[in-house]
Design a protein around this ligand. Structure first.
Ligand code: SAH
Length: 348
């Protein structure tokens, strides 16, 4: 029988588990705090639980604890990339970014990704499996423990499509923002999606205070189809309609991510079309100079072109920021550290 993944259980579920093992319910709360507040990696650390209870837990429940294989630190801005091994030998990567307003961790939500966006390194090896809530949480816990930095912001923008792992993502958000755990405010959590429309409607119904970021990357349906296969399933109009609904239901301003690819989506006409598409939405646009990956021949737009694109959007009173590149000197783009590791293993 498969052992219970104890770090994915909610406080209420842990209390029931404690009772089913002959303990008082408050032992469940202690367990929750050990795992999610004190970030224990091992039952041995849980010294206020009896030895007998800890032994029973050891037998019936597995305590997910990611194994850090590699840490890269940028000499430019202190950004750290972590490569973690999961229990089954798969690897995921996560990033710690240090900003003036606090530390932000970018986590992966799946091993690999099915979405196949043309410019993305994570798409190349395909999809292996979903991450469990415990495996998403532990990326943050391990980084906080290893770096000794307090994490205040979390972005689900690493490898994987979070809304393609919807149930686990929701549980992860509730646990991460739980006051008995790390207690990270939902306002400091961002989930980035390529636009899985039905799940965007489901998420709106949860009425969370998280920020939803949509990877738009194009100013028309045709151009989006060229870059993102998911556009064949859900049209850009359907995505924007789901965005409008998300704002109506939650009151949360949306973020649009737009990766500028030289000569593909960075013209002044693109900026005009984009402004018309999103102009009546309460939103913010994040322009990302595309991070070139060696398997594809996409190039970054010139600095001047990026600034002109930004100026044009601002003329329409749209809020725009150009994403500052972090950790340029370490395996930069999403999924590159993991890819390099897998390639090396295959060559060996
Ligand atoms: N699947 C989710 C989250 C992961 S990708 C999504 O699509 O939003 C996080 C962001 O990085 C997305 O906006 C994605 O399109 C962008 N991205 C991926 N590879 C990139 C690259 N090489 N250069 C610039 N942005 C990239």
């Amino acid at each position: 029988m498969e052992k219970t993944d104890i770090k994915s259980l909610s406080l209420e579920e842990l209390k029931s588990l404690a009772v089913s093992m002959g303990e008082k319910p408050f032992r469940g709360r202690q367990l929750y705090e050990w795992m999610h507040k004190k970030l224990a990696c091992d039952y041995e650390e849980m010294t206020n639980l009896s030895k007998d209870f800890r032994e029973k837990l050891q037998e019936s429940c597995r305590l997910v604890s990611l194994n850090p294989l590699e840490v890269q630190t940028s000499k430019i801005d202190g950004t750290q990339k972590y490569l973690f091994a999961l229990d089954d030998g798969n690897v995921v990567e996560s990033v710690l970014m240090k900003y003036k307003h606090g530390n932000s961790v970018c986590i992966s939500s799946q091993v690999g990704c099915k979405m196949g966006c043309r410019f993305c390194a994570s798409a190349i090896g395909g999809w292996t499996r979903n991450l469990r809530p415990s495996e998403m949480l532990d990326q943050i816990y391990k980084i906080q423990r290893l770096s000794k930095e307090r994490v205040s912001n979390v972005v689900v923008m690493g490898t994987g499509e979070p809304l393609d792992n919807y149930e686990n993502l929701l549980r992860f958000i509730y646990m991460l923002s739980d006051e008995n755990g790390l207690n990270i405010s939902q306002r400091n959590i961002t989930v980035s999606t390529c636009g899985i429309v039905p799940r965007m409607y489901d998420l709106a119904e949860e009425k969370l205070q998280i920020t939803l970021a949509i990877s738009l990357h194009a100013s028309s349906q045709e151009k989006r189809q060229e870059l993102m296969p998911i556009a064949n399933k859900y049209s850009i109009e359907e995505v924007l309609e789901a965005c409008r609904n998300y704002f109506d239901k939650t009151g949360r301003r949306l973020t649009f991510e737009y990766s500028l690819v030289g000569g593909k989506n960075d013209s002044q006409e693109d900026a005009d079309r984009l402004a018309h598409l999103i102009g009546n939405l309460n939103c913010h646009v994040n322009l990302i100079p595309v991070n070139p990956i060696k398997e594809r021949d996409f190039v970054q737009s010139d600095k001047k072109v990026i600034e002109k694109f930004q100026n044009k959007l601002e003329k329409y009173q749209i809020n725009v920021t150009i994403r500052r590149e972090m950790g340029r000197d370490i395996d930069g783009a999403c999924g590159q550290l993991r890819k390099r590791y897998i390639n090396k293993k295959e060559d060996a």
